[in-house]
Design a protein around this ligand. Structure first.
Ligand SMILES: NC(=O)C1=CN([C@@H]2O[C@H](COP(=O)(O)OP(=O)(O)OC[C@H]3O[C@@H](n4cnc5c(N)ncnc54)[C@H](OP(=O)(O)O)[C@@H]3O)[C@@H](O)[C@H]2O)C=CC1
Ligand SMILES: O=C(O)CCC(=O)C(=O)O
Length: 452
């Protein structure tokens, strides 16, 4: 394919996206990554151009934005903004998490919803893509305040979701506690016990392994990438960012596979444990982050030899494997260069879009094994899909059954990325592979369903 034709296609497409969606830098970034890797493929298949498939895919089917009023512990009225971006339902009902974080805005939720469409397609399960949330900050709030907020949030959201319409789940700031409060109020409003949310507790409709799935899945994906070069997790030093749901279970799976995780972080800084984070220390992190709701700095105060770096990210620490598992754009070009110079051979993204475009460029130029979030972290939504199935058939599978299915889904995603991402010299561009294979299924469904 003629390079200038491809470049012009990308430039024109992005000019249009930017004009239609001003002031949405995260959304532009996510779309650019996809269009850049799809352009040659689309130009070779003009049916997608004629039917404006990519133009339609970058326009959400619906965006709902609403007021969320609630009363804090001091009796004062607080007002937040809630959203649900229902991006694409060509291959199934909208599916994707809810994020509660002060940074939440329409641009961030549109980037997440857009990536979710392709990610869900990659899982091979029948799920469309959506994402939602609020600028509510759960940090420092009492359980009572979080409950009141969740109840108000779902009181409005209730009319827009349903087990065959839109099935939200957790993301940053939304874990088991929040899904519990949301589900309780939803059940009351809808007068039905139904699987409209995933990430539920095991005793009330949840799936075994859903909490573990994203972190475990990102490590399974790393395992698959490493195997293409005859490498294993066993014996490798692993740098992980974040200390929430995804990071915790990434640490756990690395440990089970014989690797040595040495870092964790939060928005205040990171800890480096040269002796390695073992299972006992990990149990402390789970307690600290999921129950006490403290800061990662406290880990360094508890264990000997641990260093804490305030306001820094962990990418300077020498490692074989890196798993960014905190948030978008947390790993920039300079960080990527440092990782490469320090001998890192594999990056598996637990978070959504954690690497900047400059960082991805550096990974590709240096032929690093690089698994983008929409492939590497798809294990979470995949097990959510399995939770939906279990809710529909009113059965609960065992942990072993779900783990088997999760492994096989991650293996398949890897294989499909290899199929569409192989480049000259046998290098696998997993970004291209994930974007093309995720796109094909959604695009074909859209073609079959006409102009809707
Ligand atoms: N949960 C899931 O199943 C899935 C999650 N993801 C993605 O994984 C990532 C982590 O999500 P999850 O673990 O669920 O969320 P959690 O809320 O459990 O944890 C988030 C972690 O990231 C840190 N963090 C959040 N925002 C920032 C920031 N702006 N700068 C630095 N650190 C930050 C948090 O620190 P602090 O406590 O200080 O805020 C915390 O340690 C997100 O990108 C999410 O979209 C992807 C697929 C599925
Ligand atoms: O489990 C889900 O539905 C959502 C997971 C999610 O938000 C994600 O994959 O980014």
């Amino acid at each position: 394919m003629n390079d200038s034709r491809v470049l012009k296609y990308v430039e024109d497409f992005m000019a249009n996206v930017k004009a239609k969606n001003p002031n949405e830098p995260e959304f532009h970034q996510a779309v650019y990554e996809v269009v850049d890797s799809l352009a040659a493929f689309i130009l070779e298949n003009p049916v997608f151009i004629k039917n404006k498939i990519l133009e339609r895919m970058t326009e959400p089917e619906r965006i709902i934005s609403f007021r969320v009023p609630w009363i804090d512990d001091q009796g004062e009225i607080q007002i937040n903004r809630g959203y649900r971006v229902q991006m694409n339902s060509a291959i199934g009902p909208y599916k994707g998490g809810l994020r509660f974080h002060p940074s939440v805005n329409q641009s961030i939720l549109k980037f997440l919803a857009f990536e979710q469409v392709l990610k869900n397609s990659l899982t091979s399960l029948p799920m469309g893509g959506g994402k939602g949330g609020s600028d509510f900050n759960p940090k420092g709030k009492s359980d009572q305040e979080v409950m009141k907020f969740c109840q108000s949030f779902v009181t409005e959201l209730e009319r827009h979701v349903g087990p065959n319409t839109d099935i939200p789940a957790g993301d940053i700031g939304v874990g088991g506690r929040e899904i519990g409060y949301i589900f309780g109020q939803y059940k009351r409003l809808s007068n039905a016990f139904q699987g409209t949310f995933t990430g539920k507790g095991l005793e009330w409709g949840g799936s075994p392994l859903r909490p573990e799935a994203t972190g475990y899945g990102a490590v399974y994906f790393a395992q698959e990438m490493l195997a293409t070069r005859g490498e294993k997790i066993n014996g490798k030093t692993v740098v992980i960012s974040g200390s929430g749901n995804v990071a915790q279970y990434a640490v756990e799976k690395v440990l089970q596979l014989g690797g040595k995780p040495v870092t964790l972080s939060d928005s205040n800084g990171y800890i480096y444990d040269p002796n390695g984070i073992d299972q006992e220390k990990l149990e402390y992190v789970k307690l600290l982050k999921n129950a006490i709701r403290g800061r990662i700095r406290e880990y360094a105060e508890k264990y000997p030899d641990v260093e804490y770096y305030e306001d820094e990210t962990p990418w300077k620490v020498k490692c074989d494997i890196a798993i960014p598992a905190a948030t978008q754009n947390e790993l920039n070009g300079e960080d990527a260069q440092t990782l490469v110079e320090n001998g890192c051979i594999c990056v598996s993204e637990g978070a959504n879009m954690p690497s900047t475009p400059e960082a991805i460029d550096i990974f590709h130029k240096n032929k690093i094994l690089f698994g983008p979030g929409k492939a590497a972290n798809a294990g979470g939504v995949a097990v959510s899909g399995l939770e939906m199935t279990q809710n529909s058939i009113r059965l609960t599978w065992t942990r072993e059954e779900v783990d088997q299915k999760l492994k096989s889904i991650m293996k398949n995603i890897h294989a499909t990325c290899v199929k569409y991402g192989r480049e000259e010299g046998n290098y696998i561009n997993y970004v291209k592979g994930a974007n093309i294979s995720g796109f094909i299924k959604v695009a074909n469904a859209m073609l079959a369903q006409g102009v809707v």
